[in-house]
Design a protein around this ligand. Structure first.
Ligand SMILES: [Zn+2]
Ligand SMILES: [Zn+2]
Ligand SMILES: [Zn+2]
Ligand SMILES: [Zn+2]
Length: 486
């Protein structure tokens, strides 16, 4: 038995290889909701720096506070000397390489390039016995990852080759230590194995490679969830997982119809999902679900029906009242929605928030005519409005949009999904701010019931949620007492 298998056996887990799926992780005992199945430190990781997340972050813990730049390379930041020390063995070599680069080039390096540079440095340090190896922290586990090279498109392969050349240029190692073709293959491995590291509210912070957790396969109805505690990846059971069951997490945003989810999985991960939700593809209830989530609604505002294409493809027919809707008419409103929502997003990116709100509200109104109340499109517009109102600290408007998203969240996410828990949490915090104490208690309780399972109970984020809930409870019972006394 190999070292990794032995180490996993100690954690009541085992690796099996199935012909159609490759490596799979199975339990060898029962796991219960909220229980940690496995946790792993990143083999290598880097903070993200892009349009969505432009602020600098600590290279070790991803914090954005009290940052100091490395005075030698001027590329990486640390929040404390403790973080800098923890990262030093790896960064000392990286720092030397980055310092030799022209300043602008060094600053504009993408996360993928930096991650690859770090991967090769880590391997070198292991080979030279400067960094210790173990069953779980070992380049061998990176070697075991799938790369899907034969399925990658030509255009993408060219890009990987260019990126590999850049890594070679940065490292400047002797030819015997570097193989461009292998680097290109490793880029392909990163594309389908690296994980986005998120904070407790699932906002992306960075990218990391966790080769053991990468063994866990995908399901659109997962029994487990991956969350991060700073750089540590933690997989918890979302439900009771009996002994001998495969551990499954979701690789993608699962809010979407079966065709949408399957497309996302095929494009990024090169496989066709065979989970029970996906096996339902084309069945009447799956068609209905797709039509509700992504299709059109009945023109009659009093009817809650969804539309399907009619048999001679002239238009769409309401499945509830039979009303026929013309294809052209639908196309026109769809185009109108597209134009106005593009305008809204342009206004938002140029900082015109008030105008953006007006445009998003028009989008929402039009989408309300076009799509089912539980449509994903409508949900996304409302999420954006919620975000803008939160930034403007307009709590009343934010709460109304948060509440509007919840029925769709309840429909598209499993009962114990972290995004559903977080949406209840936002709702509860807003209700609390607006003095709606009873409602806040209800929402915070729902949030806590889910997030205790997905996030555990010990992180600062969860301790804060617990204390907010306690405070809301105390206030609610105080109010109840004083009402009774009156
Ligand atoms: Zn730090
Ligand atoms: Zn440096
Ligand atoms: Zn699936
Ligand atoms: Zn109808």
């Amino acid at each position: 038995m190999d070292e990794l298998q032995k180490a996993l056996n100690h954690k009541s887990l085992t690796i099996s290889t199935l012909p159609e799926k490759g490596r799979c992780l199975f339990t060898t005992r029962d796991f219960f909701p909220g229980e940690v199945i496995i946790s792993e430190n990143p083999y290598v990781c880097v903070p993200n720096k892009n349009k969505e997340s432009p602020e600098s972050k600590c290279e070790w813990c991803f914090s954005s506070n009290n940052l100091k730049k490395c005075s030698a390379c001027h590329v990486v930041w640390y929040c404390s000397s403790k973080c800098q020390k923890s990262d030093w063995k790896l960064h000392s070599l990286e720092c030397r390489a980055l310092s030799k680069l022209d300043k602008d080039r060094a600053k504009s390096l993408t996360s993928s390039i930096r991650l690859m540079v770090r991967l090769y440095i880590r391997r070198k340090l292991e080979n030279e016995k400067i960094l210790p190896t173990s069953a779980t922290e070992n380049y061998k586990n990176v070697e075991a990852l799938v790369s899907h090279m034969s399925e990658v498109e030509e255009k993408q392969l060219v890009l990987y080759a260019q990126m590999a050349n850049l890594v070679n240029l940065i490292l400047q190692w002797p030819e015997s230590e570097i193989n461009i073709k292998e680097i290109a293959e490793n880029f392909s491995k990163l594309a389908c194995n690296a994980h986005t590291i998120c904070d407790s509210e699932l906002r992306p912070l960075g990218t990391g490679l966790y080769p053991v957790i990468s063994i866990i396969n995908h399901s659109c109805l997962p029994n487990s969830v991956l969350v991060f505690e700073e750089r540590l990846a933690v997989v918890r059971a979302m439900q009771h997982i009996p002994k001998g069951t495969e551990v499954l997490i979701s690789y993608i945003e699962i809010a979407g119809s079966t065709p949408t989810r399957q497309k996302a999985l095929k494009e990024q991960y090169f496989f066709t999902c065979t989970c029970s939700h996906c096996m339902n593809l084309g069945q009447p209830d799956d068609i209905q679900e797709s039509a509700i989530l992504e299709g059109y609604r009945c023109k009659n505002s009093k009817c809650n029906g969804f539309l399907l294409r009619d048999s001679d493809n002239k238009g769409f027919v309401c499945q509830q009242c039979g009303l026929l809707q013309d294809k052209e008419e639908l196309k026109n409103i769809t185009n109108e929605v597209k134009l106005i929502s593009e305008k809204a997003s342009a206004l938002l990116s140029s900082g015109h928030k008030t105008e953006a709100i007006a445009a998003y509200k028009t989008t929402e109104e039009l989408q309300g005519k076009l799509y089912h109340p539980c449509s994903i499109h409508l949900m996304r517009t409302r999420e954006t409005l919620l975000k803008i109102f939160m930034e403007l600290q307009d709590w009343r408007a934010a709460l109304s949009y948060c509440r509007l998203t919840i029925p769709t969240y309840e429909k598209v996410y499993p009962r114990c999904h972290p995004l559903l828990g977080l949406q209840y949490y936002t709702c509860g915090k807003l209700e609390w701010l607006l003095g709606e104490t009873q409602a806040a208690v209800r929402s915070l309780t729902k949030a806590s019931d889910i997030l205790r399972i997905t996030h555990g109970t010990k992180t600062p984020f969860m301790i804060e949620l617990a204390s907010k809930l306690e405070e809301a409870h105390a206030e609610a019972s105080y109010m109840l007492r004083s009402q009774n006394e009156d």
